[in-house]
Structure formats: C-alpha cells, structure tokens
Design a protein around this ligand. Sequence first.
Ligand SMILES: Nc1nc2c(ncn2[C@@H]2O[C@@H]3COP(=O)(O)O[C@H]4[C@@H](O)[C@H](n5cnc6c(=O)[nH]c(N)nc65)O[C@@H]4COP(=O)(O)O[C@H]3[C@H]2O)c(=O)[nH]1
Length: 525
Amino acid sequence: MSKAGRQKPARSKRLILRVLVNSILGALCLFFLLGWYLWHQSIVAEEQRLATVAERLGLEAESAILDIRGLLERLNRADIEPCSDLHIQWMQQEAIARPYIRSIGYWRAIKRQCGAGFVQGAILTPPEASRIYDNGVIAWWPSPETAVGDVELFLMRFGDHDVAIDPRLLLDTTALDQQAGLWVENLLLVSSPTEALLPEPSTLEPGLTIDSDRQLIVSRFSLNTVFPMDVVAVQPSGQLVERYLPSLITAAVLGILLIVLWVLAVFRVSQRQLSFSAELTNAIKNGNITVAYQPIVDLSTGRCHGAEALARWQREDGEIISPDLFIPVAEKSNSIHKLTLLVIKRVVEEMGQLLATHDQFSININLSAQDLEHPLIALELKHILDSAKLPASAIKFEITERALVNHEDSRKLISKLRRRGHQMAIDDFGTGYSSLSYLETFELDTLKLDKAFVDAIETHAVTSSVIVHIIEMAKSLELDMVAEGIESAHQVQWLANNGVQRGQGYYYSKPLTAAEFLKYHAKQR
Ligand SMILES: Nc1nc2c(ncn2[C@@H]2O[C@@H]3COP(=O)(O)O[C@H]4[C@@H](O)[C@H](n5cnc6c(=O)[nH]c(N)nc65)O[C@@H]4COP(=O)(O)O[C@H]3[C@H]2O)c(=O)[nH]1
C-alpha cells in the first residue's frame, strides 16, 4: 500500500475537527439557551408564587372584613334589648367564634355602652375616629388609645355596633418564607415579621416590582370593598438562587454529561464516515477498484451480446463493499467522476481486445448524476477510447432516473454521447419518478427493467401488472429492453413472449471477474 494510502488525509482530519467544533458549539449554544430558559422559567415561577402569596393574604383579610361588616349589619338589624343579657350573650358568641375579633361593642351616639368578647364592657372608648367612610363604616386605626395589653386594636364601627380587631390575625403568614404587610389606606396595620422593612404600597405599582437596589422581588395586591386595603409581599431575589441552585446544578451536570456523550457520538460517527470516505478516495486514487462483468444475453437465443460493468471495492481487510454502499459515498465526497473514469479505463484494459474484435459486442457502464454534469467527461472518454482505438459503439452507458433530474445538463451530454455513437440506457426504470412524457424528452436507446418488476412476473403483486405497462411504453417509444435480475427459466419465457429482447441475472450468470467473463464468452462460440 502506498504511503498516501496509509496516512489519513489531512483533509479528513480537518473535517473531523470542523464537525467536532461545530457540534461542540451547537451543543453549548443549546445548553446555554436551555439554561437561560430554565432560569427565566424559575424567575417567572417565583414571581408567580410571590404574587399568589400577596393575593391570598389580601383575599383572606378582605373576607374577614366582609364577614365583620355582615355581622355588624345583623347585630344592627336585630330586634333585641341593647345591652340585655341576650344581647351580650349573642355578641360574646360571635366574638369568640372569630379569632381576629377581640371585642364587639354596642354604641349609643358617641359612647360605647356595653361590649363582649375578650375585652368586655365599655372600656374601649377611643376618641375621634380616624376615618368615616361613605358606606357608613367608621374606623379607628390602631393606636395607644385602642390598645388592650400590648396589642393596639383596629376598631371598625357600623351603625350601633363596633368590632375591635386584632390586626395580627388578619395576616396569616404561617408557613410562609416571604415577608408581608397589610395596609389600610397607606397605614400599616400589621406586618410579618413585625420588624420587616416593607416598601409602602403607594410607592409601588400593582403587581410585581423588582427592586434591584435592595435585591428584592415585591408584589402588591390591592382591594377596595369596605375600605382600601393593600397587601405587600416581599422576598429577597437571592432566595431564588438558593431555591433553584441545586436543581440548576443537577441540570447543568446532566447537560454537560449529555454534551460530552453527544460530542463523543458525533466524533465516532464522523470519524467512521470520514475514514470510510477517505479510504474510498484513496482506493480510487490508488486504482484499488476492480470491475465485475455480468453477461447480457439475448433471451431468445441465449447468446451473450455484452455485459454490464459493475464496480467492486475490496478493502484492506478483504471485506467486499457493495456498490450500493460506496457509490453514494463516492458521490458525496465528489470522487465519483474519478471512479467512473477508473471503471472505463479498466473495461478498456480488460475487454479492449474482445471489443475490438466483436463489433456486435458492447459493455454497459453506469454513469452517475454527477458524471452527467461533469464538463470533461466526454473529452476524457473520447481520449481513452481513441487511445485504445475502440469505436464509441463499444461502450453503452446506463443512467438512472435520478440522474435525469437535472435534465438540461443531462440532455446535453446524452445528446453529445449519442452523436458520437454511444448508446444510452435508462436504468432502474419505474423505481423513481419518471413519467412517460418526461422520458420522451430524452434521447435514449434502451430501457432496463428493474429486478423488482422481473421478480413480480405472474405473481399477484401490484408490480406484476406495472411491468406490462412499462413494456408497452418502451415499445411505443421504440426502446430496446433489457430485463435485470432474471433468476428463472419461467421469467425468461415470460419476458421473451412479451417482446423483451435481452436480459441479465443469476439465471445466466452472476457478475464475473474479467478472466471468468472472457472464458464465459469464449464458450459461447
Ligand atoms: N439478487 C440478484 N441480483 C442481481 C441479479 N442479477 C444482477 N444482480 C445485481 O443487480 C445489480 C444490477 O446493477 P444495477 O441495477 O446497474 O445497480 C448497480 C448500479 O446502479 C450501481 N453500480 C455498480 N457499479 C457502478 C459504477 O461503476 N458506477 C455507478 N455509478 N454505479 C454503479 O450499483 C448497483 C448495484 O450493483 P451490484 O451490487 O453489483 O448489483 C448488480 C448485480 O450484481 C440477480 O439475478 N439476482
């Protein structure tokens, strides 16, 4: 093996490196994008959590105030002797049923006459009210004058009754790790914890605010049923990091692990593919491609009139690779043109003598789509045949339907080659997308019936009826027909009866080496 053959080409190393760098960059982009998305989602979830806390606390406070107002209305409406035993007993029951009510009192004009609850009697007689609302509610903000023990109560009077509320119990922050406060008209009624430094609601927009100076997320929830109330809940934004850091670290570790696995997989696959492709390029460069010949036989006489040249690649380790595998790789790596030229040269070397002495004998060579677009192929072919003094009729070309897709280039080359005397066959017809009208626009001589249709002869497969149509079509286009993949005498009979002139297949012979084929041909005489 040549030195060039042993060395992995620098080009493929560069390609692997490029694929690796690209896949690492791609994976990193994905990683950071995903990280950013997760982080963003965590912030949104956290903000949502805080907003929900503020809303829940606000709604609970509001429901207590509404409940109190309803109770006061009921007490006012009751037809009962004020400050009678029954009245006091009723107020007592209502007071102890609600944890936030310290006392319920009965007023006449500006004086509390009697009361019940934890603070009994008429002791709560604070001076001037803080607010008188249009809805009839009169409020006293918590102050030393409303204090009972060390708790300053919030008084709310409606009609002849009032209620002393322990504001601490309007804000249930049990099991919360946020700080919160309840305001009635910009007056802080209660906060939890008591020493919490909370921003005034008037300084905040309703909803969420990020206080980046103090590194806080703040949520304000406002209500205005009985009187204006606000709940402000606060949490340090650092808590977010604390809460989500462990799961983010786990995700990052998993992500890095996946990236490593992904890059390794990409590396292995590209290394395999590129080394396969590089190995093939070397094999073509070093001429390590052989040609097998499969006889093409006249179906009625059984005589061999030609052969199809089929490329073979035997790797270093002796493994024979099917052309179905390496032809697409050669096409992708742009070495198909060199491969085609190599096959043409081999055919001329190995079959030149036979072709020169048998003017009815010809060899079919496959052209790929890229060959039809190559600007030099016609020139190079002419040069090879002229050097061997062979006429153009000695070589026929097979093109697949796929190769006809880029039809302008294909049409030009087909026309040029035919003018020189080469015959053109369409291969694998019926397996692609050609229609009859499309086919008509090309100058062709032969139609090769694909093995799939031959296999289906006289079976119930759908393809068995298609072959009849393809044969009719070939006849109407005046194309010769060669059937591929014949494996039985029955198929030969059927094809011959239906007007197919020639065929190839294991029934006659498998593809042979050059020496075997020359022997096979010699026996025909
Ligand atoms: N089971 C079965 N198979 C049969 C029978 N008779 C022939 N074959 C196989 O069918 C394929 C016929 O070649 P194709 O249709 O041109 O299909 C060819 C052709 O399209 C492509 N190919 C082969 N050599 C070249 C080449 O030099 N250049 C290009 N561009 N393509 C090539 O590779 C394809 C596969 O080639 P191969 O593997 O050699 O496979 C060959 C042949 O070995 C049969 O009775 N039974």
